[in-house]
Design a protein around this ligand. Structure first.
Ligand code: GRF
Length: 214
């Protein structure tokens, strides 16, 4: 069964592109049916249109409250028959209402090995802390920011001379591998949220995200 997926973005949309490309492969259990941005000027919107994907803009600035903004988003998501949401550089904090409504059906990619470095500026903070291993995480979204159950992770070395730019570029390559893999797992049911934890089965082969990119 092919699931209808929306990708929510605020910016350049490189993860969105990796999801669109993965979903275009025969047999992938998801179709990217909508790209939704809260910013009219998000570069990813043009990239989505160029890939032939339906787009929508819900500008948070035109909505008086967070709830009002989310109601508008939720309306557009139902109009498009969306079943799962991928947050991909979506820079708005979501209310408990929206998160609960999409519980077990909304995932996010975060540029650190959670639970380390929740929040922003993860690469800068990793360099400041002097960690030798850094990475990225795909997780189910829960009300607490960057705290949801983990579906996939990939690690990279931090090497001498690294800057935020070099480190983020090394991690972005991994983001583009594990995000489609995590989407596949939630859409084919091989990663499910049950009792606040991820239960793996089916297509997950036990080797982990690091060695089995999609
Ligand atoms: C990525 O680093 C992602 O991990 C974070 O925001 C960035 C989005 O980049 N959540 P892009 O828009 O997908 O290129």
């Amino acid at each position: 069964m092919t699931r209808r997926v929306a990708v929510l973005i605020s910016g350049r949309g490189s993860n969105m592109i990796s999801l669109i490309e993965a979903a275009s492969a025969p047999g992938f259990p998801a179709e990217i049916a909508l790209v939704l941005s809260n910013r009219p000027d998000a570069a990813g919107l043009e990239r989505a249109r160029a890939a032939g994907i339906a787009t929508a803009v819900i500008d948070h600035k035109s909505h008086p409250t967070r709830e009002d903004f989310e109601q508008a988003m939720d309306g557009v998501l139902s109009e498009h028959g969306i079943e799962f949401i991928c947050l991909a550089g979506f820079m708005r904090v979501l209310t408990d209402w929206f998160v609960e409504r999409w519980a077990g059906r909304m995932i996010n990619i975060h540029p650190s090995l959670l639970p380390l470095f929740r929040g922003v500026h993860t690469h800068r903070r990793a360099l400041e802390e002097g960690v030798l291993v850094h990475g990225c995480t795909v997780h189910f979204v829960v009300p607490e920011l960057d705290a949801g159950p983990i579906i996939a992770q990939a690690a990279v070395p931090v090497v001498p001379g690294d800057t935020e730019e070099t480190l983020s570029a090394r991690i972005l390559v991994q983001e583009h591998l594990i995000y489609p893999q995590a989407l596949r797992m939630i859409c084919d049911g091989s990663a499910r949220l049950e009792g606040g934890r991820v239960v793996f089965s089916g297509s997950w082969d036990g080797t982990g995200a690091l060695r089995s990119p999609a």
